[in-house]
Design a protein. Structure first.
Length: 340
């Protein structure tokens, strides 16, 4: 089913490829579970097909889920983690979609955690009115029993008590509310994209592990045919190991002839006068296995270094080939090898 979907995509029949890949996703979720690496690969390929057919929302969901499964199920540094992240980054950049969206801050009309901490009510603060009443009622009795001078003193005391009570009541009725605690928000920086597979600044190579018949026709920034800058191949090499050190070329462990199953890299150093794209197309037994689109920055000096990688499992042994093609589909270089 997967091979049939790859053939349909390579032939440009994306509707058939989408149907087959959806069936494959349903089968893998039932038989392998929802967190298996093979499901991540299939979801990534389905997202690629949805992107080509204009189903942007489904493509975004597929790319994000594929990367999440790859991160959760594979060890750090696995090629599928890098590939799925690169595809997601390029997809979001091409359409202006945020790679990461911060959580929303509650608006003023939404309940806040500290809403209970409000100003006390008038009833809670003001003393009961009954406290004043007994002293006011008893005042005439004091006048009847005391001399005039003592009555005047008593009147002053009562007046002072009344003033103090009303002052306390005025404090209880203050219209100044206690400030409500502001919502607590934390600033979280979005994750940065994975390191680009190049020593030069700018976005790294963004592979898409589904075959395509040529340059992407979607709204991504693919240069139009006939206006592509010339690309000169300074170095093209198949490697069984690659270290991004050294100058002008990275350290490659050459691979050729009959090879065991494993992970292989196609390293290229290219010369171009302005930014462009190239494709690394991997073939198995004459059929496209995956196509990786790579961005190449202007490099009039020693060239721009980049690479793609694929993992060949024992059940995928056979005759393999990898091609380097310009954005307009022109073949620039190719390497063949046999996996037993």
């Amino acid at each position: 089913m997967i091979d049939a979907a790859q053939q349909a995509a390579a032939a440009g029949d994306y509707d058939a490829a989408e149907r087959l890949l959806r069936d494959a996703v349903a089968t893998q979720e039932t038989t392998l579970g929802s967190s298996h690496p093979d499901l991540a690969t299939t979801l990534n390929n389905l997202a690629f097909v949805c992107e080509r057919t204009g189903k942007v929302d489904e493509a975004e969901r597929g790319y994000r889920r594929a990367h999440a499964i790859a991160v959760a199920s594979l060890s750090p540094g696995h090629p599928l983690i890098k590939t799925s992240l690169s595809n997601l980054v390029e997809f979001c950049e091409a359409r202006g979609i945020p790679l990461w969206t911060p959580p929303e801050t509650p608006t003023e009309d939404e309940p806040l955690p500290d809403d209970d901490d409000v100003a006390p009510s008038e009833i809670d603060v003001a003393p009961p009115a009954i406290v004043v009443a007994p002293e006011i009622v008893r005042a005439p009795e004091v006048v009847r029993r005391l001399p005039l001078r003592m009555m005047a003193v008593a009147a002053v005391v009562v007046a002072a008590i009344v003033v103090m009570v009303f002052a306390r009541q005025g404090q209880g009725r203050s219209d100044t509310a206690k400030p409500i605690a502001q919502p607590r928000t934390e600033s979280v920086a979005p994750p940065e994209p994975a390191d680009a597979k190049s020593t030069r600044p700018g976005p790294g190579p963004v592979p898409s592990p589904v075959p395509s018949p040529g340059p992407s026709p979607g709204p991504s920034a693919e240069p139009s045919p006939g206006r592509e800058p010339a690309v000169t191949v300074l170095k093209a090499q198949l490697c069984s190991g690659l270290e991004k050190t050294g100058s002008p070329d990275w350290q490659c462990v050459p691979a050729s002839g009959d090879l065991p199953p494993g992970t292989y890299m196609f390293y290229t150093r290219l010369l171009t006068t302005s930014e462009t794209r190239v494709e690394h197309r991997w073939y198995r037994d004459g059929r496209v296995h995956q196509t990786m689109r790579l961005r190449v920055s202007a490099s009039p000096g020693s060239g721009y270094r980049t690479f793609s990688a694929t993992t060949v499992s024992p059940e995928r042994a056979g005759e393999w080939k990898v091609e380097l093609r310009a954005a307009d589909g022109t073949l620039l270089d190719e390497k063949s090898f046999l996996v037993r």
